[in-house]
Design a protein around this ligand. Structure first.
Ligand SMILES: Nc1ncnc2c1ncn2[C@@H]1O[C@H](COP(=O)(O)OP(=O)(O)OP(=O)(O)O)[C@@H](O)[C@H]1O
Ligand SMILES: [Mg+2]
Length: 362
């Protein structure tokens, strides 16, 4: 799938823009603060209905304005046209439309235009608490499986009810009712997570090997209490503890991903460039699995492509994504000559857009 035309109104620092993109590599270059990452975020909005960087819809409206509009014309790998529009108005809320028709629920859209983002803020996946990694896995799986997001929302609703109940009562019969619902949704989520992460593992290792030119080995593991016992049993065992603590102490909401390099924790023992390489390997692996599952090549967004990588690894990255496994790529960088020489060396064609103070020029 590729984004042919992107139109923006009042999106962050961009008052108005219309860009015709190519189906291969598209580079956005410009100084710090010019608006390159904002373009990346706009493309993410069209796929996921929200910011890739945790900005609220209100924060994404250009200062002093009352609404934003993001509009994208896409061509699928099968040659079908899709028009997606995402807009938000202060006081009026958000609207997401496909070919002019508004969606009832965001979950119905997620996955139609698969997207993978690599950005400097990915380091949160390594440095932050487990909920950041769960958020990542949830976003990933929900692009593959529409039911997943639904099940997750149901799980979270039952979990919130159960926690509220535990604050008021210790009635075990009622807890049993919550448990069976929680276990049913939780088991379903666990199966999906385990399956996708299992698929991810060898591909991440392989991409890392290619990026590092065989210098180090990395691993990724799925940590979940549900790996060892059925969820119903876990809840039963934890019941007294839950009653004392007045919240649900075990379950899928405590899952985590564990990243290692040379068998050691990546957070502690990985250098900045090694951590970055790991994150890129993870995202490229995600891309491969998404492409495979959807039969549609996702859009790859590489924000600040040179961030923390040495020259050799950037070159290796460009060579990897320049191959025909990857479709449309949007790359940002603040150094035009560096980017140009990089592509020339890798022998890839590209389109170049200059971003300056919220304006985009060819
Ligand atoms: N809602 C908004 N209204 C107006 N301007 C905004 C809004 N949100 C962000 N900005 C501005 O957008 C600019 C940042 O744009 P962006 O992050 O896209 O820069 P960039 O080109 O990626 O820079 P860098 O090279 O530093 O990553 C900042 O100047 C910021 O103040
Ligand atoms: Mg940026």
């Amino acid at each position: 799938m590729y984004l042919k035309k992107l139109s923006l109104i009042n999106f962050k620092n961009i008052p108005q823009a219309e860009v015709q993109l190519g189906d291969g590599i598209n580079c956005f270059v410009g100084d710090n603060g010019a608006g390159k990452t904002n373009v990346v975020d706009a493309v993410h909005y069209l796929s996921m209905g929200k910011s890739a960087f945790g900005m609220t819809d209100g924060q994404s409206i250009r200062h002093g304005e009352n609404f934003y509009v993001i509009d994208g014309g896409y061509l699928t790998d099968g040659g079908r046209h899709e028009q997606i529009a995402c807009s938000f108005m202060r006081g009026g809320g958000k609207s997401l439309k496909r070919n002019g028709k508004a969606y009832d629920r965001l979950a119905d859209h997620v996955g139609l235009v698969p997207v993978v983002v690599v950005s400097p803020s990915d380091t949160m996946l390594i440095s932050d608490a487990a909920d950041e990694r769960r958020r990542y896995i949830n976003g990933f799986v929900s692009q593959i499986d529409r039911q997943y997001l639904d099940t997750l929302m149901r799980y979270n609703a039952v979990l919130a009810d159960r926690n509220r109940f535990l604050k008021m009562s210790s009635d075990e019969a009622m807890l049993g009712v919550y448990d069976s619902q929680l276990a049913a949704h939780g088991e379903r989520l666990h199966i999906r997570r385990a399956e996708i992460i299992g698929q991810l593992q060898p591909v991440v290792a392989e991409y890392y090997r290619m990026l590092s030119l065989d210098r180090e080995t990395v691993e990724l593991h799925y940590k979940s209490e549900l790996n060892d016992a059925p969820f119903g049993e876990i809840l039963e065992r934890a019941r007294q503890k839950d009653i004392v603590n007045q919240f649900t102490t075990s379950g899928i909401h405590r899952d985590d991903l564990v990243f290692t390099i040379g068998g050691m924790p990546l957070r502690k023992y990985g250098s900045q460039g090694q951590q970055k390489s790991f994150l890129i390997a993870l995202k490229l692996a995600q891309y491969t699995i998404l492409a495979d599952r959807k039969g549609e090549r996702p859009i790859l967004l590489l924000d600040d492509v040179c961030d923390k990588l040495d020259e050799q690894r950037v070159e290796q990255l460009i060579r990897l994504v320049g191959g025909d496994k990857f479709g449309q790529i949007i790359i940002t960088d603040c150094n035009e000559p560096r980017l140009r020489s990089l592509f020339d060396r890798a022998g890839c064609g590209y389109e170049l857009f200059r971003v300056e103070n919220g304006e985009i020029r060819i």
